[in-house]
Design a protein around this ligand. Structure first.
Ligand code: NAP
Length: 278
């Protein structure tokens, strides 16, 4: 059996769509709260999975900054709970982590074994989750990803659909870059990677990077919304609770080495917009 945690989230839904209900159990938050150690032990003990894909997390970057204790409870302790259940079952585990473990000062894309040095509570607690899983699970894939979007839930793209011309001008930050990544592409890549037994750290993002502004411009162009005014601003003009890395671009080097690749972000976005419009 394969188990997915966080099955109600963007990635969890895309994983569930690609898994066979006969051989997978997908658990959303009401079914499995990962902060409940006893519940995690009992539920995963009964399923006795061969693979756990741990996609549950506190993902609101500014929310994590405002409530660090809750972020730690979910992203670090919750991951430790899931990791111990994986170890007890002798299961392999995929822990989904983030490009925000890096401080953004590097020139060029981050590699899997570059030093992590988070700027935010979200980044720190996700890194604590990596460490907790690594200490407990031998057969572990740490999968770092970036700027996820899908047709499910609230994400960057949701705001940009169904706009009126009077909603402009929209202002987006131009001096923070990362890889916009399609959650469906990520789900497919995780499932492929999980068959390789190539344990270790992997970056799985759609290839290439852009800024929030560049991403918004590409979405509006793809939607044919030339009527919406768009302005580029600097990060200084958009104060937020959490500090965010200037350069959070990842390179998929280890995954590529074992044959797992993702398409460029602009191709993935074009395909996504076409699917959503169909
Ligand atoms: N979204 C991004 O841009 C991004 C970027 C880099 C890395 N990641 C990582 O990728 C993974 C998937 O992200 P996503 O975009 O799919 O996130 P998401 O849509 O926010 O989904 C996360 C899911 O985890 C659930 N969850 C939160 N606390 C939980 C708990 N205590 N027990 C069980 N489930 C809980 C959430 O439920 P509720 O909705 O009820 O809280 C939600 O359904 C996460 O590990 C995230 O850190 C995401």
């Amino acid at each position: 059996m394969t188990v997915v945690t966080g099955a109600g989230g963007q990635l969890g839904i895309e994983l569930a769509r690609r898994l066979d209900a006969q051989t997978a159990v997908t658990l959303n938050r009401p079914q499995l709260d990962i902060t409940d150690a006893r519940l995690v032990e009992r539920t995963l003990g009964e399923i006795a999975p061969r693979l756990i894909i741990h996609a549950a997390a506190a993902t609101n970057v500014d929310g994590c900054e405002r409530d660090r204790a809750e972020a730690y409870r979910i992203n670090a302790v919750g991951t430790w709970n899931v990791a111990r259940a994986a170890a007890r079952a002798g299961a392999a585990m995929v822990y989904v982590s983030t490009n925000y473990v890096f401080d953004g000062k590097k020139l060029g894309p981050y590699l899997e074994y570059d030093d992590a040095s988070p700027l935010s509570a979200y980044g720190w607690t996700k890194l604590h989750g990596e460490r907790a899983a690594r200490q407990v699970v031998d057969r572990l894939y740490v999968v770092r990803t970036s700027w996820l979007y899908s047709r499910w839930g609230h994400n960057f793209l949701s705001r940009l659909t169904n706009l009126d011309a009077s909603d402009g001008p929209l202002r987006y930050v131009g001096d923070q870059v990362a890889n916009p990544t399609n959650a469906g592409d990520l789900a497919a890549a995780i499932l492929e990677l999980s068959t390789t037994e190539a344990f270790g750290v992997h970056h799985l993002v759609n290839e290439g990077a852009t800024s929030w502004y560049g991403w918004a411009a590409a979405v509006l162009a793809g939607l044919g919304r030339a009527d919406i005014a768009l302005e580029e601003i600097s990060a200084d003009e958009f104060p937020r609770a959490a500090a965010v890395p200037t350069n959070a671009e990842l390179a998929n080097e280890t995954a590529r080495a074992v044959g797992v690749t993702l398409r460029p972000w602009s191709d993935a976005l074009t395909a996504h917009l076409r699917e959503v419009a169909a």
